[in-house]
Design a protein around this ligand. Sequence first.
Ligand code: CP
Ligand code: NVA
Length: 337
Amino acid sequence: MMKHFISILDFSPEEIKKTINIAIAMKNNQIETPNLTKLFWKKFTVAGVFEKSSLRTRISFDVATAHLWGNYIHLTPENSWLWWKESWEDVTKVVSSMTDLIVTRTYSDEVLETMKKHSSVPVISWLDAHEHPCQVLADLMTIKEVFGSFEGLKMAYLGDADNNVTYSLAYACGLLWIDFTCAAPQEYQMKEEKLKKTKEIFMSTSANFTLTNDPQWAVKWIDIVVTDTRTSVGKGDEEMRVACLLPYQVNDEIMASANEKAMFLHCLPAYREKEVTSSVIDGEQSYVFQEAENRLHAQKAIMLHCLWCTDYLEVKHSIAHPGLWISTQVVMWAWLS
Ligand code: CP
Ligand code: NVA
């Protein structure tokens, strides 16, 4: 089975924790990336397929690939036939036949599904309409660095609940037994099917999932306060958003209602003075730039997990070097356990 990472739910709680531990270890130079990459006997290539803009995701994957001694190729409609001449099925078959990993940021569910179906290499989502799994792994890494563990923590998300970051966060909190409170106006609630999925995940844990439209109440006794850009890429109705989402702005009053040492997270880009005030985002409780830097370390760990811990590698590379494959896997897991 190939290890895709389209949803945070594609990783088990153990895989999430292990990936975060690897990311933190690499960040602190406890595992040196040159040593790790010596274990690769084939240089690997990552294809980035882009439909939307990006700063953090694009740069972190590009640099992470370089740190792991791989090649990164950036494909856009301007430099390839994407989107207008070839079918996505053909594009996926061709790209995956020459590369080892596809990372993609798309508008369309159909494109992602086509990629998953026809790719011969793992596919990682760089954000889509439903989730932003790589972002949330970096968020969890930041939480682990600050609090040391996950169990028993309380997170509150304020803002548009029908949002890719919110869904990935909600699912991740359920998997890791973090209480999750979502404060959103009636107009921007979670969609039925995803709400059902979230509730099902929380049913099997001892953590709590709460919905409210009271932002002040939502942050009481909360350790982690999160919001996201008021208008996600591709979404409109700006005027209505201004009216509905202003009461959910994270400001000094909101932070004062949370725990004294509560952290503030925002995946960025931020619309300052809209979903968050500058006093909060630049304040002492804000970890947004640590969170952004952690994208780099998290991406490395995600790529290693998708490339290495799958039958895909065994099939693709072990035939010529079965002994080497087994020994590198043993070394890798011994190191990382
Ligand atoms: N947080 C995030 O994904 O940022 P970019 O859109 O700049 O990649
Ligand atoms: N929810 C935002 C995240 C940006 C990184 C969006 O989809 O635009």
